[in-house]
Design a protein around this ligand. Structure first.
Ligand code: PLA
Length: 391
């Protein structure tokens, strides 16, 4: 047999986050626990679908007038309008003045990628600053989008809090016009967010240097439990009349992970600019995946536009935020969002996986949403053993 034409393809490593699920799926142990990917689970560790999502889905199924026609390149119009309102606020002047363009994209990741490619093509400064640390996919997304990626200091391991002076110093030294990736709330993986006063100082510094804010909003509702408060950082930057970019994901806050529902909004100075920006976004999207999927966006639109379902969503969502918070380490209580940055090192993580079948990313991040009352003792044992046996 002749060699494969692909014989020189080298094996790539598994993804640092999604690869944890691959390893977990292979484990046969009955006590195994997956705290890798940020996804809500029931007490039994099964994936959780919100009731309100089931209801909205049922409405779609029961409606025979619904067809499977292609969506426009920019996606479902209702979904886009409602998404802009969710992040910018119902009474946002920017929306009223028609100077926001919103396009439906493939969840948060797709929104970041489309936004990145648009900026690489049409924005004058090609450097994007991302926090250190950040979600592991950020540098890959923006590099492949054609931007050059640099970091700014964000987390201080000694205080397990924000390195605010480092952040201000690094953004202060960034070239004017550079793009800055900001986690709108519930920073992943650290769970550390700036206070409103700190956000205000960041805003002033960024505006004074003409730095372009690119918000990643993957956890709206997870930091405070309140959708509006969690969009406060974004709204602060819109209220000053300046421009910004925002990527939204419904993966976590509506539990729509696999439906891949998200939106990219670009807030511009005028309606005329927004229209031209949108025309170029279409040129980015069309050759990439032509147009986005219909089903998930229809679910979101149904929930967001219906008063009753909307209320149900906000309540149901909040209840799941309150499940399982183990440990009494003060940083765990202080850190917010879906994840806890435990401070466990790579060796301790490897030990916990090998000896206790507990799966998490090697940086020590655990997804709190993967825990339940039943599994907390097992995790506590595992952490105790790791901390006492492994340095
Ligand atoms: N932005 C941040 C900060 C994220 O944490 C994630 C997902 C995304 C964007 C993208 O999510 P989406 O494309 O599914 O909308 N982070 C997860 C999953 C939950 C992942 O890595 O893909 C995580 O476990 O970190």
């Amino acid at each position: 047999m002749a060699d494969s034409v692909f014989a020189n393809v080298v094996r790539a490593p598994e993804d640092p986050i999604l690869g944890v699920t691959v390893a977990y799926n292979k484990d046969q142990s009955p006590v195994k626990l997956n705290l890798g990917v940020g996804a809500y689970r029931t007490e039994e560790g099964k994936p959780l679908v919100l009731n309100v999502v089931r209801k909205a889905e049922q409405l779609l199924v029961n409606d025979p007038s619904r067809v499977k026609e292609y969506l426009p390149i920019t996606g479902l119009a209702d979904f886009n309008k409602l998404s802009a309102k969710l992040i910018l606020g119902a009474n946002s002047p920017a929306i009223q003045e028609n100077r926001v363009t919103t396009v439906q994209c493939l969840s948060g990741t797709g929104s970041l990628r489309v936004g990145g490619e648009f900026l690489a093509k049409h924005y004058h400064e090609k450097t994007i600053y991302i926090p250190l640390p950040t979600w592991g996919n950020h540098p890959k997304i923006f590099t492949l989008a054609g931007l050059s990626v640099k970091t700014y200091r964000y987390y201080d391991p000694n205080t397990r809090g924000l390195d605010f002076s480092g952040l201000l110093e690094d953004l202060g030294n960034a070239p004017s016009g550079a793009i800055v990736l900001l986690h709108a709330c519930a920073h992943n993986p650290t769970g550390v967010d700036p206070t409103s006063d700190q956000w205000e100082q960041i805003r002033q510094l960024m505006r004074s240097k003409g730095l372009l804010p690119f918000f990643d909003s993957a956890y709206q509702g997870f930091a405070s439990g309140n959708l509006d408060s969690d969009a406060g950082s974004v709204r602060m930057f819109v209220a000053d009349g300046g421009e910004c970019v925002a990527a939204q994901s419904y993966a976590k806050n509506m539990g729509l992970y696999g439906e891949r529902v998200g939106a990219l909004s670009i807030v511009c100075k005028s309606a005329d600019v927004a229209a031209r920006v949108e025309s170029q976004l279409k040129l980015v999207i069309r050759p990439m995946y032509s147009n986005p999927p219909l089903h998930g966006a229809s679910i979101v639109a149904n929930i967001l536009k219906d008063g009753e379902l909307y209320t149900e969503w906000t309540i149901e969502h909040f209840i799941y935020l309150l499940t399982g918070t183990p440990g009494d380490w003060s940083h765990i209580v202080k850190q917010i969002g879906m994840f806890t940055f435990t401070g466990l090192n790579t060796n301790q993580v490897a030990f916990m996986t090998k000896e206790y079948h507990v799966y998490m990313t090697s940086d020590g991040r655990i997804s709190m949403a993967g825990l339940s009352l039943k599994t907390i003792p097992h995790l506590a044992d595992a952490i105790h053993a790791a901390v006492t046996n492994v340095v």
